[in-house]
Design a protein around this ligand. Structure first.
Ligand code: NDP
Length: 397
């Protein structure tokens, strides 16, 4: 089908290219480019069969990106580097008239803040250039938004209450580690809580609202309301929502480490002087924490992520729970990466497939829930992330 340029050779990038390489009829030519070329080469070697070409790229440099795009001529660029690179890669795609897909919304380096506004501002320019940008195509955001779109399309006349529930019941055997890029992860989970209710955002202290929720095959786990980026696009695209929240499980040990990290200033993003040079505390912290890409080998247990929805169908109230459970061991066996990278990378590969097949192709900048969920849902079942639906159950929320 088409040539694909994947940018970012971390845990997620590893899974994306593994999955793409296993589908030669859809992805005949794949290039993996990242800041450190040796990481791309190691991934390509592991996959073997000369399936992956590699390149060095600094994705913060638009001229470099444009040159690489001109040389390789991809149909779509898949951005699984960091959120800081989103706008630079979108700029390069726009200039070279190539489609764009990512898994996380833009975040400025100097401010711990993420929102879609910066990327939505490209909509008219992408539309006028006739190219597609697909935003947030990981698991959450990504599959959770597609689950919501699928529920709205097939099971509800109106959805009123949405609770996205994200449980990682895995054990990596380390006292403290983050499951994806530590800098992005710690910035996300230490911010204030925020959810949508009756047409406005409600703010809470970090981790203020919590309760045990029961996850299928796992059992009850303490779950905390945090702000997560898909809420912003979902309340816009599903205006019947009266309330939308995002819950994530954290262990006590994890929360204690986070509190210490914050209290001693190691989550800081302002530069401090150390030994005659400026360092950013959270970037230094990343350098000493376990690399999330290396956690897979001894990771046991599974993740369970889904949507709990209440609304109306044919004049009657209805509840619905749709979820996927993903085993860390199975993910590692297939790709050499743990389930958090797997559940992000597989949807990114499927979203790219949707574009190449012409199923998700329209000019402009769109969140995943703005496309037809059906062909994507079908591929989830085929490509390692099967989903389960429960009707008229106690949602606990
Ligand atoms: P990693 O830190 O493991 O990987 C990021 C990769 O991007 C690294 O290889 C890094 O290079 C590369 N990179 C960073 N800066 C640049 C740059 N300027 N130019 C080129 N390459 C660069 O992160 P993950 O794989 O865990 O996460 C990847 C993305 O996926 C993140 O944006 C994250 O937020 C998102 N994500 C989304 C989820 C979802 O469900 N939607 C869930 C989990 C993650 P180097 O190796 O040199 O450091």
């Amino acid at each position: 089908m088409g040539r694909v340029l994947v940018i970012g050779a971390g845990g997620v990038g590893t899974v994306v290219v593994h999955k793409m390489a296993s589908l030669p009829e859809v992805f005949p030519e794949i290039m993996l480019a990242s800041r450190t070329k040796s990481k791309c080469d190691a991934i390509a070697e592991k996959i073997g069969g000369d399936r992956i070409r590699t390149a060095q790229i600094d994705a913060d440099k638009v001229p470099e990106l444009r040159e690489l795009i001109r040389a390789f001529k991809p149909e779509i660029v898949v951005n699984v580097a960091l959120p800081y690179q989103d706008l630079h890669i979108m700029d390069a795609c726009l200039a070279e008239k190539v489609a764009y897909l990512d898994t996380a919304n833009y975040e400025p380096l100097e401010e711990a803040k993420f929102e879609y506004g910066w990327q939505w501002a490209y909509h008219e320019r992408y539309r006028d250039a006739g190219i597609t940008a697909i935003l947030g195509c990981g698991f959450d955001p990504g599959v959770t938004s597609i689950f919501t779109a699928y529920a709205a399309k097939h099971h509800f006349d109106e959805i009123h209450y949405l609770d996205i529930v994200d449980c990682n019941a895995g054990d990596h055997g380390k006292p403290f580690a983050t499951n994806f890029n530590p800098e992005i992860n710690i910035r996300e989970v230490t911010q204030k809580g925020k959810y949508w209710e009756d047409g406005r955002w409600i703010y809470t202290k970090p981790h203020e609202i919590h309760k045990p929720l029961t996850y299928p095959g796992i059992g009850p786990k303490e779950s905390y309301v945090i702000y997560h980026e898909e809420l912003e696009s979902l309340v816009k695209n599903f205006p019947t929502l009266k309330r939308a929240r995002f819950w994530m499980t954290f262990g006590q040990e994890y929360l204690t480490h986070l509190r210490v990290i914050q209290n001693i200033g190691m989550a800081g993003i302002e530069p401090v002087m150390f030994d005659g040079r400026e360092i950013i505390p959270i970037q230094f912290l990343k350098a000493v924490l376990p690399d999330p890409g290396e956690l897979g080998e001894n990771y046991t247990g599974e993740t369970s992520i889904g949507c709990r929805i209440r609304g109306f169908k044919d004049g009657k109230e209805k509840t619905y729970y749709i979820y996927n459970n993903c085993s860390h061991v199975a993910a590692y066996k297939e790709t050499g990466a743990q389930a958090v990278s797997y559940t992000t990378g597989v949807p990114a590969a499927i979203g790219t497939m949707m574009y190449l097949k012409g199923l998700w192709k329209k000019p402009g900048v769109f969140n995943v829930e703005e496309f037809d969920p059906d062909p994507f849902m079908e591929q989830l079942n085929l490509l390692g992330l099967p989903w389960v639906e429960l009707h008229d159950v106690d949602l606990e929320v």
